[in-house]
Design a protein around this ligand. Structure first.
Ligand code: HH2
Length: 287
């Protein structure tokens, strides 16, 4: 049997120190894109995106995640300079206006570097260093936090025919290997977050298996992030259109707390804040 490292009790991102385990952290989504699956075009203008980020913090977000490229199934790739132009002004403004860590949701080293230079203290890489291994060195040099997410395939192809022998085991092995790669590049364990990648190359049954088995990921010894907000598996179960998936999102958030999730990446911060505060009081014993 291999040793199971205990998960860090503090998440470090730049100079930020966020206690883990006491309450569930919410990562508020700030999409500066024309085509994100649920809020595309709503905050394409930098001022609107910054105002949205500030609003999410006022509603209780612990981290903001700024993205300039949609990763929805079939989304086209965005050139690095376009993505940079979308996210950097927003990251720069937000880091001077909010006290929470600002993360950049990107898989491109060029975009990550520009965002880190502009003040971002986390990189959220949905390819877990497979698209741009150089992101690990950049994150290490900037003392940044790093989210490593599992995806089968690429956004262009991932929902064509997702196939696994054992989705929980394969996702866990992948995340363990990528986390080791990050540590080998000089990122300490308490700056690395792992994420099963709900909806990224997964059928409904794969998503449900991963959500039921979050405790299996805890054994990796890293904080766990779950990104389920408004996603299509909720529509597959309920028939609800994308604009009407908050109740389903809250069900997953609550059970995510019970399963040991540390961070939930969500669009609807106020609603999730109330749900996870109650879930935290019940499950973690806090008030
Ligand atoms: N999901 C999305 C984007 N980034 N990052 C992590 N770590 N985990 C996720 O589950 C995740 C993510 C997709 O959601 P959204 O940003 O709302 O949509 P889009 O990719 O269309 O912009």
């Amino acid at each position: 049997m291999t040793d199971t490292p205990s998960a860090p009790t503090v998440l470090k991102a730049g100079s930020h120190r966020i206690p883990l385990g006491e309450r569930t952290l919410l990562m508020g989504i700030v999409n500066v894109t024309p085509d994100s699956f649920s809020d595309g075009g709503e905050h394409l203008d930098a001022d609107a995106a910054v105002a949205h980020g500030e609003h999410l913090v006022a509603e209780g977000a612990d981290i903001l995640d700024v993205g300039g490229e949609s990763t929805r199934p079939g989304a086209p790739e965005v050139p690095a300079d376009v993505e940079t132009d979308r996210v950097v002004p927003v990251v720069e403004a937000l880091t001077s206006r909010v006290d929470v860590p600002v993360s950049v949701d990107t898989s491109k080293a060029q975009v990550a570097e520009a965002a880190l230079d502009a003040g971002a203290t986390m990189v959220n890489d949905v390819t877990a260093l497979t698209a741009s291994p150089g992101i690990a060195k950049l994150a290490a040099e900037h003392d940044a936090g790093l989210v490593l997410m599992h995806m089968q395939g690429t956004p262009r192809t991932m929902q064509a025919d997702p196939t696994y022998d054992d989705v929980v085991r394969e996702v866990r092995t992948f995340l363990s290997e990528r986390a080791q790669q990050a540590q080998d590049a000089g990122i300490p364990r308490d700056r690395i977050v792992v994420d099963p990648g709900i909806g990224f190359g997964k059928t409904l049954q794969h998503n449900l298996a991963l959500l039921r088995n979050l405790p299996a990921l805890r054994a990796l010894g890293h904080p766990i992030l779950v990104g389920h907000s408004r996603k299509s598996f909720i529509g597959d179960i309920t028939g609800a259109p994308v604009d009407d998936r908050v109740p389903g999102t809250l069900a997953v958030s609550t059970l995510g707390v019970a399963g040991g999730a540390d961070i939930l990446r969500v669009h609807d911060v106020a609603e999730n804040r109330q749900a996870v505060d109650v879930a935290d009081a019940l499950i973690r014993g806090g008030t």
